[in-house]
Design a protein around this ligand. Structure first.
Ligand SMILES: Cc1cc2nc3c(=O)[nH]c(=O)nc-3n(C[C@H](O)[C@H](O)[C@H](O)COP(=O)(O)OP(=O)(O)OC[C@H]3O[C@@H](n4cnc5c(N)ncnc54)[C@H](O)[C@@H]3O)c2cc1C
Length: 394
């Protein structure tokens, strides 16, 4: 009798490059929504970094509170490889990394963005945050010796999202007040927009303007970027002017200077790009949830497998939370995919929870399945509040 011809069926190999929020959220979404696939996340470091919580590090909050090991994704079906991707060969579907070659059937790149060259300090990386911390320590010393100082935060709105700048201004103002130095150190927030925070319509504007007043932050609006230098300070922190990190062999970036995928985030057959590296009118961690879900649908995955709600938020919605220092602004956008529209969220449902602390990234799978179960990490907002009350934290 002839033996039957058995062809082994191997799982579809999905490789996600980039150990940031976008990479982690996409890897998790695909592993859950496509349970027969083999999902691998390639990241440079053994942890993924919660960039939204970087705003707390300049206030002596330990960086270990913002890093989460990649291995926490393994129980959810995501294997990880610690390596730098040096080049992708889309013709042979091979990824060349510092740790060897990887073959893929579907590739999703999420390399993020970085500041373009400028002469001032930025707040984009851990090194940046540590440098700002050192500068703040100097300014506090000088103010305690009776010197007047100004800290200027500049938010350029062309290709970055101004919310982190706003939030950092509020946290800084409240921190200086808690040190009783707000009469000697002025916090100045400079923006080219027509008000301090214009992303979520008039209600969002009013809430943030009120919080700026309570935190004693001076706001200069409608300042053309070319005139930013006229508003100087003893410490200047620049938020804006970004460019994508690029990966050799991945098609693009396009004429905008950013990766320009189609509506399903596809750059080329079997190659997708999501997260901060994409040409979208804002760059935000919370928004990576619907980007990941769009890729899942495109790969034939089942959205039903991730459930109708995540963290109590319907899966067709996303939520942004801004730390107001003395409360939280929550903006929920019900049609997540409308985020591709430049007039983001004018129909957002806005609430303020006074006295609360933010639960940033709520509504993301990475938050629901991983972050909220981690002990001793992802608690930077809590540590910041302890600092305001004079409690020593590490
Ligand atoms: C100070 C600050 C505060 C913020 N606050 C908020 C907030 O409150 N809420 C919110 O929703 N968003 C916030 N954001 C925005 C949010 O953090 C970003 O939108 C989000 O982190 C983007 O995720 P990403 O994965 O696309 O990029 P990244 O987080 O930059 O991650 C990309 C990763 O890819 C890696 N990588 C790049 N190239 C390679 C390669 N060749 N090989 C291997 N790895 C590679 C990088 O090392 C990096 O780890 C904030 C951002 C900042 C800077």
């Amino acid at each position: 009798m002839d033996t039957p011809d058995i062809t082994p069926i191997r799982p579809r190999r999905i490789v996600v490059v980039g150990g940031g929020i976008a990479g982690a959220e996409t890897a998790l979404t695909l592993a859950i929504g496509l349970p027969d696939a083999a999902v691998t996340l390639v990241g440079r470091w053994p942890s993924f970094r919660m960039l939204p919580d970087l705003v707390y590090v300049p206030f002596d909050v330990s960086p270990r509170r913002i890093d989460v090991p990649l291995s926490t994704l393994l129980p959810h079906g995501v294997s990880s490889v610690q390596a730098t991707v040096e080049r992708v060969d889309v013709a042979t579907k091979t990824i060349h990394t510092s740790a060897g070659e990887l073959a893929y059937d579907e590739l999703i790149v999420a390399p993020g963005a970085e500041p373009r060259e400028h002469s001032n300090q930025s707040l984009r990386t851990l090194d940046d945050a540590i440098r700002v911390r050192q500068q703040l320590a100097r300014i506090v010393r000088e103010a305690r010796a009776g010197e007047r100082r100004t800290i200027t935060l500049r938010a350029e709105s062309d290709d970055s999202w101004t919310a982190p700048a706003c939030e950092f201004a509020l946290l800084l103002g409240a921190w200086l007040r808690s040190l009783r130095l707000d009469h000697l150190v002025e916090t100045l927030f400079v923006t080219s927009d027509s008000n301090a925070f214009e992303w979520f319509g008039p209600i969002g504007e009013t809430i943030v303007e009120g919080a700026m007043r309570r935190a004693r932050v001076q706001v200069a609006t409608d300042v053309p970027v070319g005139r930013f230098d006229a508003l100087d300070g003893d410490l200047v922190v620049e938020f804006g002017a970004l460019r994508p990190r690029t990966i050799d062999g991945v098609p693009g970036p396009g004429p905008s200077g950013w990766y320009e995928p189609d509506a399903a985030f596809r750059l080329a057959p079997h190659v997708f790009c999501i997260g901060d590296a994409v040409n979208l009118p804002y760059r935000a961690g919370f928004a990576t949830a619907w980007q990941a879900r769009r890729v899942l649908e495109e790969l034939g995955g089942d959205l039903g497998r991730i459930g109708p709600h995540i963290d109590g938020i319907p899966t067709d919605a996303v939520e942004y939370q801004m730390d107001l220092a003395d409360g939280v602004l929550r903006a929920r956008v019900t049609a997540g995919d409308s985020l591709s529209h430049p007039f983001l969220g004018h129909d957002a449902d806005i609430t303020v929870v006074a006295g609360s602390r933010p639960d940033k990234l709520r509504g993301l799978l990475v938050h629901d399945r991983v972050l909220r179960w981690e002990v001793g990490t992802y608690d930077a907002a809590l540590a910041y509040r302890d600092l305001l009350r004079g409690v020593e934290v590490a």
